[in-house]
Ligand binder design. Structure first.
Ligand SMILES: [Zn+2]
Length: 262
C-alpha cells in the first residue's frame, strides 16, 4: 500500500477498510454475500461464482456491500455485541490478567487514595521520579530511546507520525501512542514502574504498556512542555459505533496526553 495506486483504488473507502474496518459490518455483509451467491448458484453455478467474487471484492475494498451498513449496524446491533468485537483483537495474555492497570498502580503504592477528594493521587516520590525521568528524555531522540528500551539496534526502529505515533521494530508494530508527549511519558513511566512494581519483568510487555499508559491518567502537567492540562469529553461517531472519548490535552502545546475510548 505504499503509494502504488491501481484502478481499484478509486473504489476504496479507507474510512471503512484497513485498520478502520468494522468487523460487525464485514461479517454481516459477508453472510449476505454468501446467501445471495448460493441462491444464484442454484440457478446458474457460473453466475453464482461471479456474484460471490464481485461481492467479496466490494467488501474487501469498500468495507461493506449493502449501502448504509454502518448506519444500520450502529442502530440495530446492540452495543454490548459491538463492544465484544472490539475486544477480539486483544492478545490472549490480557485475558488471563483481569486486573485493571489502576489496581496494579494502587497495589504497588504508585498511587494512593487522595487526602482531600475521592480519587487516586500519585505518590509524591513517584511524581518526582517520573518528572525527572521525563526531563532527562525530553530532548533526546525518541527512536534511539525506544531502541535502548527494546534492546535492539536503532536502525531497526521506525517511527511513523500521523494522528498517532506508531513504533515498529523490524517492521513489527511494538507500540502506538496518542502523541510524542504520551510516548515520552510512558518511556519515563516504565523506568519508574520497573523499580516499584513487584515482578515487573514477568508482566507481558503489552500489559506493561497498559499500566504505563494508565499512569498518564494521573499526569498533572504536560509531559512535552510542562504546561497545564485539561480533560475533555466528547462523543465521536466512527464506522458503526458511537464512542465516548475522554481526552487529556495540553492547554499550551495541545499535545494529547491520553485518550480513552469507552
Ligand atoms: Zn504541552
Amino acid at each position: 500500500m505504499t503509494g502504488v495506486s491501481s484502478p481499484l483504488d478509486r473504489f476504496r473507502q479507507p474510512e471503512y477498510t484497513g485498520e478502520n474496518r468494522c468487523i460487525p459490518c464485514t461479517t454481516v455483509n459477508a453472510a449476505i454475500a454468501l446467501v445471495v451467491s448460493a441462491a444464484v448458484a442454484t440457478l446458474n453455478p457460473l453466475v453464482g461464482t461471479a456474484v460471490l467474487v464481485v461481492c467479496g471484492l466490494a467488501i474487501y475494498l469498500r468495507g461493506y456491500l449493502v449501502p448504509g451498513t454502518p448506519t444500520l449496524t450502529k442502530r440495530y446491533v446492540p452495543d454490548w455485541l459491538l463492544a465484544r468485537f472490539d475486544k477480539a483483537d486483544l492478545e490472549p495474555d490480557d485475558v488471563d490478567v483481569p486486573e485493571e492497570p489502576e489496581a496494579v498502580l494502587l497495589e504497588n503504592a504508585v498511587v494512593h487514595p487522595c487526602v482531600d477528594v475521592d480519587d487516586l493521587c500519585l505518590e509524591t516520590e513517584v511524581r518526582a521520579e517520573w518528572r525527572a525521568r521525563m526531563d532527562d528524555l525530553r530532548e533526546g531522540d525518541r527512536a534511539h530511546q525506544l531502541a535502548a528500551f527494546f534492546d535492539v539496534k536503532a536502525e531497526t526502529v521506525d517511527l511513523t507520525v500521523d494522528d498517532h505515533v506508531t513504533a515498529r521494530v523490524d517492521g513489527r508494530r511494538v507500540g502506538r501512542w496518542e502523541s510524542d508527549a504520551a510516548m515520552l511519558a510512558d518511556l519515563a513511566a516504565h523506568h519508574v514502574l520497573s523499580a516499584r512494581v513487584a515482578a515487573w519483568e514477568s508482566i507481558p510487555p503489552r500489559r506493561q504498556g497498559m499500566v504505563a499508559a494508565g499512569m498518564r491518567a494521573f499526569a498533572e502537567s504536560c509531559p512535552a512542555c510542562e504546561g497545564p492540562i485539561s480533560i475533555t469529553e466528547d462523543t465521536v461517531d466512527s464506522c458503526c459505533r458511537s464512542y465516548d472519548v475522554r481526552a487529556i490535552t495540553c492547554e499550551e502545546c495541545s499535545a494529547t496526553v491520553l485518550e480513552v475510548t469507552q
